[in-house]
Design a binder for this molecule. Sequence first.
Ligand SMILES: Cc1ncc(C[n+]2csc(CCOP(=O)(O)OP(=O)(O)O)c2C)c(N)n1
Length: 550
Amino acid sequence: MPTVSAHVAATLALHIDHVFGVMGNGNAYFLDALERSTDVGYTAVRHEAGGVVAADAYHRAGGGLAAATATYGAGFTNTLTALAEAVQAHVPLVLVVGDEPTSGRRPWGVDQIALASAVGARTYTVGRADAAATTVIAIEHALTYRVPTVLAIPYDVAALEAGPVPEAPEPRLPEPVAPRGPFAAQSIRDAATALAGAKRPFLLAGRGAWIAGAGDALGALADATGALTASTALGRGIFPRPEFDLGVTGGFGAEAAMELVEQADVAVVFGASLNQFTMRFGALFAPGTRVVQVDLAPAATHPHVGGYIRGDAALVARAIADELAVIGAEPSGWRESVDAASARAYEPGDALATDGRVDPRSAAARIAELLPEDRVVVSDGGHFIGWANMYWPVASPDRMMMVGTAFQSIGLGFPSVPGAAQARPDATIVLTSGDGGGLMALADLESAVRVAGGRGLAVVWNDAAYGAEVNLYGLKGLAEEPMLIPQVDFAGVARGFGAEGVVVRTLEDLDRLEEWTRMPASDRPFLLLDLRISGSVIAPYQQEIIRVNS
Ligand SMILES: Cc1ncc(C[n+]2csc(CCOP(=O)(O)OP(=O)(O)O)c2C)c(N)n1
């Protein structure tokens, strides 16, 4: 007879393809049922945070809804940082955990529902009689509100026999939000009129636009208006015509490109929350720029917004384009008068910095020339995030993700690799990480090497320091000792996990990447590039933060 855990596994299997996690007392029956009676894939990771990170990266890389699993108590508390990240980044996933018995807490128990709630995640606890239905509700909540949910299996319920698995209803999912009512209709007409009259129209898109599938609609709107385009860091690659795209806005943006954005007279923003980084701490638009925002938030999310349309980015983009056609608007011609490719170019950097270590800018530029086209980039957090975000082109938003940045956490890089690798079985997965975050996530270097194999490449920006801290607090004169890391031999560590490790002390050492890229993935090892970079080159986005903080 199927157990309660088997009811959870069988119902989950109708809606997800993959589970990532670490086993223990609390999820042993669930994993047993998953392995024996479903065709859901299971990937073991080595730290429970990694299970949630991998499920998160799986979703961001376009794999759909995934689940993570951990045992009760310490297994669960190990997930909390990653769970907070998924909450803050609006990533749906289901975390299946063991929990205290229905008879009450044991000495080693903690209030898991309160802990999950504290980071913003709702818990659904299955009972003896409702496991299938409760599993559907947890999935529905995750997908509807774009959040992680916790599905808890009490310890004394996990192995109870529960009879045949009942048919549970399909999760009900929300329709795209259509702009409704006379106010929305007028706002759309106003936006179209403003764009039709603009000399220098500009369109900005973020991850919300990608989630709405608005790429083509935005491309058509850009063509109709002759607008220059750009995206937020999470929306990179959404616009179909790179020749008219200024790249990423905010601190990662190229100086000349940001100067062009400042010249825009009308800017329409789709699916971007306009946070302080995107907005360059208020300096992205000129005071005279008319800014219209299209989003699902209840109201505008930045004080510079002068017109707000609540609705799905694709539907609103099409509605504005239809209105432009009614007006008979002509494209402005602005984008043809500008060399966008030159505007988005970055400083090439020197081969070596003055301290004799690699200049991260020239290394980033050289790696960009060598990276496989089919890549999905996953990024940890730290000062180094600027290098990939500035120098490595991104084909579409699901090919560049930063698991950790919403919650401003480091140490979630390595486990992002198995998640993205399972979501995109044909892609090369490229991790970009610092040495500090890399050490924190090290347990899941094992998972990264095992799962991605020859499709995996890790670039470690090894400056022997918590560089972001040196830049923010060392420069203020605070004691530097806690900010420093001994020179760790990541290449050697990688070899210990079965990967190839290459120490990069000069740009020529990157030639190995060129050879690696040319080999068929099946013949390659996982490659880790241990870049011995200089800490003296500070990324422009970090200089901006230093300026704002001082
Ligand atoms: C879990 C966690 N611990 C500490 C911090 C504070 N923090 C932010 S950036 C950073 C340094 C990261 O160092 P590294 O990974 O080497 O990258 P770098 O800044 O040197 O490029 C630290 C410690 C954090 N954001 N998250």
